[in-house]
Design a binder for this molecule. Structure first.
Ligand SMILES: Nc1ncnc2c1ncn2[C@@H]1O[C@H](COP(=O)(O)OP(=O)(O)OP(=O)(O)O)[C@@H](O)[C@H]1O
Ligand SMILES: [Mg+2]
Length: 227
């Protein structure tokens, strides 16, 4: 069961949005996905309570560190094909899953120099966890909230900043999309957004599919290398 964690101690970096997009893409491919919502604000639990949640996706709350074990047990009962862990935007949140076997850690960040510095710190922290766990963790930064129309100069600079620190970047970025935000107020998946007349859904869906494809390819590569 592949396990993917979204980690960035910086609040509002785009973790929960990216976690849901990954889950929706996998569910569309017929995969059963269990999500652990370890944010005390429970954004994914809230999403799951709105109408239209695909039945392939289950959400398990762990608002406190001590709830994680129960949430994982509850998730396992669903016999998921994938486990997705959304963490709170704090150091505590980022550290919550350090003892688990993780196949991939993603650090979403927007294209600004300040966010890049924070993502570099997050990457260093993940590398430390890997060392302590005895095996390096597969980690990538995920650029998100990228303006759709033009690729700003700041984006290029951030990519250079991360590369200089030897930090891997997922080749597909997530675009700044109203449809991604609307998922959390309308609920459900892109189909549900379309039924509600939300604009820009096809482009948002295509972007999310590209993100999923990049994750799947990365995991497939990692598997080949490990074999
Ligand atoms: N690609 C995107 N397009 C449009 N809005 C986005 C995108 N990614 C994130 N947002 C918006 O940015 C805000 C923060 O995103 P999100 O909640 O996913 O971040 P987070 O890292 O999970 O935050 P926290 O650290 O508080 O858990 C939200 O209002 C969300 O709707
Ligand atoms: Mg969040």
């Amino acid at each position: 069961m592949p396990t993917v964690a979204f980690v960035n101690p910086k609040g509002g970096a785009g973790k929960t949005t990216a976690a849901l997009l990954l889950a929706l893409g996998l569910a569309e491919q017929g995969q059963r996905v269990a999500m652990i919502d370890s944010d005390p604000n429970k954004p994914l639990v809230h999403w799951a309570g709105l109408p239209g949640r695909p039945d392939k996706i289950s959400v398990h709350p762990a608002p406190m560190t001590q709830d994680i074990r129960d949430a994982l047990r509850e998730a396992q009962r669903k016999q998921p094909d994938w486990l997705i862990l959304d963490t709170e935007g704090s150091i505590r949140g980022a550290m919550n899953f350090t003892t688990m076997r993780l196949d991939l850690v993603l650090t979403p960040l927007a294209s600004s120099a300040i966010e890049a510095l924070q993502a570099i710190k997050a990457a260093e922290m993940v590398a430390q966890f890997g060392k302590r766990g005895g095996a390096p963790l597969l980690h990538r930064c995920l650029l998100t909230r990228v303006p759709a129309a033009l690729r700003p100069r700041s984006l290029k600079q951030v990519v250079e900043q991360l590369r200089e620190s030897d930090i891997g970047i997922l080749p597909t970025a997530l675009i700044e999309k109203e449809a991604f935000r609307m998922l959390f107020s309308v609920g459900g998946s892109f189909d549900q957004l379309e039924r509600h007349g939300v604009s820009g859904v096809p482009a948002a869906r295509a972007n999310a599919q590209g993100f999923l494809a990049a994750v799947l390819e990365l995991l497939a590569q990692a598997k080949t290398q490990a074999a």
